[in-house]
Design a protein around this ligand. Structure first.
Ligand SMILES: Cc1ncc(COP(=O)(O)O)c(C=O)c1O
Length: 421
């Protein structure tokens, strides 16, 4: 039996209806922007494996650092102990995070980073003797698949079956020029009439909502209003973090900084699963007390795993190199040129771009997981490009190290796709 057949016996894949999609492509190797399957066929990873491997797969620099760390310290309990990779990572993060962020809490994935942020926000108020049990979120957001994260995400096939078990959430529309006054009014009403603990948002780009983008000035004002009401603001930068929006963090586009940030995905350059929930001093201070019960009793076994911390440190070093920064600018420029090339195509309804994130909507109605979407996906894969259309949206979020030739191939394959739909 080949790998694909053996896979079917025992494996249950994420986000998959196995009856409709029984086959999973065995990938045996990855280097730079290239994934290689069992038959030796190569694919350009146009979405950096869900926005993780931004410095290229199996990046030599990160691997060398992790190999070295493997000989020193593999894993140790992070409660009662500490270690150099975690301390150094915290110090390096302080240099690039918005400067109100002062404390770092470790976990393993984006969803838990969000759940931790929500728990921090609830307990922030609880520890001050205030009962605030509700959260405001943006419509259409996606924050992950654990219960807190599902609760604050927009309703979809992902979280629908669990709706009855959610924490209490009110959703407001994503602000834009037309609706802003109404959104602001509704936001203020909620803040004044309900016990709101926190306001959570994906700043500027809602990733799973087909890379939906909105303007910083509106979010900036909402954050300011939330702060006037002592509501904790949570920026979920799991997707947008670490350079993808053209700045290190999307939160840099706003004057008003979030109280809490959630980070994961490209944090470790795709080498190891790890996430961070960072916060402002005032959040931490609400937990700092003589009473043990005011502590944050949340912890994961692999918190601050030294190997993952080392991969994150190496990734952050790479992010700040001239080479990666100039690659980012180069990709931004290439996308801008491609946008001119494609935006008036008769099958294209709209295009958008922020930093290295580019998306186009087809003017064809498609189901998120329907046949036409599969046709597009198969077209990309047949042509050696890994892109995952989201409904009628095709987006590119390639590693920072993608070459001009590879990027051109991605563009061309998209243009050809427009001819088959
Ligand atoms: C903005 C955002 N938050 C949270 C998550 C969940 O992260 P994870 O899949 O690591 O649990 C995702 C995943 O796509 C995301 O895009």
């Amino acid at each position: 039996m080949n790998l694909q057949e053996r896979d079917k016996k025992h494996l249950w894949h994420p986000l998959t209806q196995h009856k409709l999609h029984p086959n999973h492509l065995p990938i045996v190797k990855a280097k730079g922007c290239i994934l290689t399957d069992e038959d030796g066929k190569e694919y350009i990873d146009g979405i950096a494996s869900w926005y993780t491997c931004m410095y290229g797969h199996c990046n030599d620099y990160i691997i060398a650092k992790v190999k070295n760390q493997l000989d020193q310290l593999d894993q140790v309990v992070f409660s009662g102990f500490t270690h150099k990779p975690a301390v150094e990572l915290s110090e390096e993060l302080m240099k690039i995070l918005p400067n109100n962020q002062q404390k770092i809490f470790f976990s393993d994935n984006g969803s838990t980073a969000v759940d931790i942020a929500i728990k921090m926000a609830f307990q922030f108020h609880f520890n001050q003797g205030k009962k605030r049990g509700k959260i405001i979120a943006l419509e259409g957001g996606f924050h992950g698949d654990t219960f807190g994260a599902m609760s604050v995400s927009g309703l979809s096939v992902y979280n629908g079956p669990f709706e009855d078990f959610f924490i209490d959430v009110s959703r407001i529309a994503v602000p834009n020029e037309q609706n802003f006054e109404e959104v602001k009014h509704q936001f203020k009403l909620l803040l004044e009439s309900e016990n709101i603990a926190a306001f959570i948002f994906e700043p500027l780009v809602q990733g799973a909502s087909a890379m939906f983008m909105y303007e910083a000035k509106y979010l900036d004002e909402l954050i300011a209003i939330a702060h006037q009401h002592d509501v904790v603001t949570i920026a979920d930068e799991v997707m947008t973090g670490f350079g993808k929006t053209g700045k290190n963090f999307a939160s840099e586009y706003m004057q008003n900084k979030p109280d809490i940030m959630c980070l994961s995905k490209s944090l470790t350059g795709g080498i190891a699963p790890m996430a961070l929930t960072t916060c402002a001093q005032k959040i931490y201070d609400a937990f700092y007390a003589d009473e043990i019960g005011k502590a944050f009793f949340h912890g994961h076994t692999y918190s601050a795993n030294p190997l993952a911390c080392t991969a994150a440190l190496a990734s952050m070093e790479l992010l700040q190199t001239d080479e990666i920064q100039s690659n980012i600018q180069q990709i931004i420029q290439s996308h801008t040129v491609f946008n001119e090339r494609i935006k008036n195509h008769q099958k294209v309804a709209s295009t958008r771009q922020l930093g290295i994130i580019f998306a186009l909507d087809l003017n064809i109605q498609m189901e998120r997981y329907g046949n036409l979407r599969d046709k597009l996906f198969n077209h990309f894969m047949d042509n050696g490009v890994f892109l995952r259309p989201l409904g009628n949206t095709i987006y590119i979020l390639a590693p920072f190290v993608i070459t001009d030739i590879q990027l051109e191939k991605v563009y061309k394959t998209i243009e050809e796709a427009l001819e088959i739909v």
